[in-house]
Design a protein around this ligand. Structure first.
Ligand code: ARG
Length: 575
């Protein structure tokens, strides 16, 4: 349920009854300050403007028409025309008790299809830290949308086509000719790529074979395709292992890479030519976009076919966009790609719109993100300056987490320790990334992300286990309420719980998972405050209060579990 929607509806009805034009919004939001009630409706100001009237008088009239006694204990007008709403404790108690955070949405959003493009590693190489942000931010947003009932189509636009594959399959072929098992040869993709590159640069015969193989491959030669397929399968398996380890919801069925659009590219370029969008420039086919002209007024060039006939990244993305809008029938298409590709995305979006590949009412959204930095303030690298492989990063996270949990729980057996450490390590890496405003660069720091204090993954996982441990101690007690709100800490906690759905809606609308992190951190902090102020299992606490507080605690644990789940982070009973 959405607290904001319930209140917005009531205020909207009152506005209508008061004769305010339907396009005027109620503007309901949580109050920043408890003195101004729990929620505020600030729509009177806008309505007054539209109606050229006095905002306080409008607010007065809205309040007169407001039927909200079952929800609110007090409604008052403040300042120029703010309507402050104080919620009923009894209503909050009922709603909190009825909250089913683990069940997803009760709203019917299923008619809307959303395509989300994320991760998209280049299969020629090993996945590296550069893919981390796209992968985990995209996954968090996808999980949130699915939770809300949207029909989400994950698209993993992997780089599985292009000239470097000529070199790679030529090298794979000669390794296999030497009797090497392909899976073993490709065990370390980075090494394999470097070996192929060295040969390409040093051995003219090999370089010629590589070039010949690209042409053959792109011409559909079966032998080449078989080699390529083998390479691709093994590389995809590497990515899949990382997704699994990272608890990312992508699987093989979501892969639709550059190669999938190969057959469409010639037609696509022809269409752009027919529409006079693409013109010949130095032998290449180029779309010039006035919309993105530089400060000298020169249009931005988008090359869709090189002079040698080859196609480019933009061509494939145009084909992909068309497929998503028309075949997948998406109403929203989201891309989680590094901010450094912003120009590319704009070029693709504008070209696609001009060419009519995408309907006007389809929302095209590039959600960029900043770079992961090392403590030196430069892009995150290994100690020797190399790119950090994603697999190595995840392994290190889990090892570091293991050391921390071992110290805290020397008595746990090795298997359980490892399972806990994996969840903490992965959770720490993900949370540290997700809790930052997406568009900013951020500094990667092992110590802070693995800390059990502050706004971190381990802190939230720990908050969950603490509640679970309280609940275990309460065995034999009633855990299903009723919830009776008396103390202000109980009220604050109940309101926070009831904002979970609104937070998820906002994450889905703006593609900003850090809002969920902030929400969960606030929730955990409010729980700690509540727990200190409102004893549960202490002697002298009435049965009614105990049951109520236990039920409230159950709800907090459920929302923490569900919310972390939306971020792709798992919880555990103890840690
Ligand atoms: N393979 C690209 C890269 O590693 C990312 C692909 C993103 N998706 C897209 N549709 N362009 O930079």
């Amino acid at each position: 349920m959405s607290l904001r929607n319930i209140l917005s509806e009531r205020v909207s009805q009152a506005m209508q009854a008061a004769g305010i034009p339907a396009e005027c919004q109620p503007h309901v939001a949580p109050s920043k300050n408890a003195n101004f009630g729990d929620y505020q409706a600030n729509g009177a100001m806008g309505a007054a403007k539209a109606m050229k009237s006095n905002p306080r008088a409008i607010a007065q009239s809205i309040v007169e028409h407001l039927s909200i006694d079952d929800i609110a204990s007090k409604v008052e007008i403040a300042g120029p025309g703010f309507i402050n709403i104080h919620l009923h404790n009894s209503w909050l108690g009922e709603k909190a008790q009825a909250l089913t955070a683990n069940q997803g949405s009760d709203d019917a959003n299923t008619t809307k299809t959303i395509v989300v493009d994320y991760s998209g590693p280049n299969l020629a190489k090993e996945m590296h830290v550069g893919h981390l942000r796209s992968t985990i931010i995209g996954d968090a947003v996808v999980r949130t949308m699915e939770y809300l009932g949207y029909n989400v189509n994950r698209q993993n636009h992997v780089g599985d086509w292009g000239t470097q594959f000529g070199m790679l399959i030529a090298h794979l072929e000669s390794e296999m000719a030497k009797g090497e098992n392909p899976a073993l040869a490709l065990k370390d993709l980075e090494v394999f790529y470097q070996q192929a590159k060295v040969r390409f640069d040093k051995e003219p015969d090999f370089a010629n074979t590589a070039r010949e193989y690209v042409v053959k491959l792109q011409g559909g030669d079966e032998k080449m395709l078989a080699l390529w397929q083998q390479f691709r399968d093994i590389s995809l398996m590497h990515s899949q292992e990382i997704y699994q380890h990272l608890n990312v919801s992508l699987n093989e069925s979501h892969v639709r890479g550059e190669s999938a659009y190969n057959d469409d590219l010639a037609t696509l370029v022809k269409e752009l030519q027919t529409q006079k969008l693409a013109v010949t420039d130095n032998g290449a086919q180029v779309v010039f976009l006035e919309e993105l002209a530089n400060k000298d007024g020169e249009p931005s060039p988008v090359i869709v076919q090189k002079a040698d006939g080859g196609y480019l990244y933009a061509t494939t993305d145009l084909a992909g966009l068309r497929y998503r809008a028309n075949t997948l029938n998406a109403q929203r298409i989201l891309y989680f790609i590094d901010a450094r590709q912003s120009l590319h995305m704009q070029q693709v979006f504008i070209t696609a719109r001009k060419a009519g590949f995408v309907d006007e009412n389809v929302s095209l959204e590039h959600h960029p993100f900043g770079t992961m930095m090392g403590s030196d303030g430069k892009p995150f690298k290994t100690r020797t300056g190399g790119t950090v492989k994603l697999a190595a990063l995840v392994t290190e996270a889990c090892e570091r987490a293991l050391a921390v949990v071992k110290e805290k729980n020397p008595a746990l057996d090795a298997q359980e320790l490892q399972a806990i450490a994996d969840k903490i390590g992965v959770g720490a890496v993900k949370y540290a990334d997700l809790c930052k405003t997406r568009t900013n660069d951020y500094i990667f720091n092992w110590e802070t992300m693995l800390s059990f204090e502050g706004n971190t993954g381990p802190y939230l996982q720990y908050a969950y286990t603490r509640i679970r441990s309280i609940l275990r101690k309460a065995e034999g007690n009633k855990l299903n309420g009723p919830i009776v709100i008396e103390a202000e800490q109980e009220k604050a906690l109940a309101i926070k719980l009831l904002q979970f759905h609104d937070c998820a809606e906002q994450v889905a609308a703006e593609a900003l998972p850090h809002l969920m992190c902030t929400y969960l951190y606030d929730l955990a902090s409010l729980f700690m405050t509540f727990y200190e102020a409102c004893p549960i299992l202490k002697e002298g606490v009435s049965e009614e209060a105990k049951n109520s507080r236990l039920c409230l605690s159950v709800r907090v644990s459920e929302v923490l579990e569900a919310g972390l789940g939306l971020l792709g982070i798992e919880v555990m009973e103890r840690m």
